[in-house]
Each structure stands twice: as C-alpha cells, then as structure tokens.
Design a protein around this ligand. Structure first.
Ligand code: HEC
Length: 86
C-alpha cells in the first residue's frame, strides 16, 4: 500500500478527511483481508451489501482481521462508514 507522505515525520500516515472506497479502503482490505477472504472485499457492491457485518466485525468488535490492524486504519474505515461509505 502506498501513502503520500504528509511531511510530518512523526506521523507516517496522512490524515485523510474524506476517505473513499476505491482510493483508501480498498487498499486496506486488499492488504488485510485477501489472505483469507480472497477478492471478496475488493468489490464495492459486495462490501456495501455487507456493510453492517463489516462494521460489526472490524469496528465494533475488532474481530476482523484476526490479528488487528494499525489504529489509523480502524479510524479511516470508521470515518468512511460514518461519512456514508462512498
Ligand atoms: C486470518 C484470516 C482472516 C482475515 C485476514 C480476515 N478474515 Fe474475516 N473471517 C475469517 C473467518 C475464518 C471468518 C468466519 C468466522 C467468523 O465469522 O468469525 C470471517 C468472517 C468475516 C465476516 C463475517 C462473515 C461473513 O463472511 O460475512 C466479515 C464481515 C469479515 N470476516 C470481514 C473481514 C474483513 C473486512 C477483513 C479485513 C479487514 C477480514 N475479514 C480479514 C478470516 C479472516
């Protein structure tokens, strides 16, 4: 996954105020979910159809992915969901 560095050396992950699936969430799901779920969560419509389940597993209970992900990735996915999951 590629990040454009924000210039702040203490924080390698830039704050993305309006995350979108294609640009921001899909790369995370690709990196964190494909090893077990294959390409399932790479498809926007599939993800939207399972939005409540994903929110429950990834954000509410943090049981997916099983090993956990960095805090900024939880935060990004959470804000993406809150902002209407576009
Ligand atoms: C180490 C393997 C593994 C990884 C990585 C993983 N999952 Fe899962 N996931 C599973 C297994 C096994 C189940 C079925 C058991 C369960 O529901 O807890 C599951 C179930 C789920 C479910 C609920 C059942 C379903 O199929 O709809 C969702 C939603 C889900 N995963 C989303 C994700 C997302 C999103 C990611 C990446 C952020 C992810 N998972 C990463 C193994 C994994």
């Amino acid at each position: 996954m590629l990040f454009i560095l924000s210039g702040c050396e203490n924080n390698p992950a830039p704050f993305i105020s309006e995350p979108t699936f294609e640009k921001n969430v899909k790369p995370i799901f690709h990196l964190r979910c494909t090893s077990c779920h294959g390409s399932r969560w790479q498809n926007y419509q599939t993800v939207i159809d399972s939005k409540d389940k994903i929110e429950y597993k990834v954000i509410k209970t943090r049981t997916m992915p099983p090993g956990g992900i960095p805090a900024y990735e939880y935060d990004l996915i959470k804000r993406w969901l809150e902002q209407g999951a576009k």
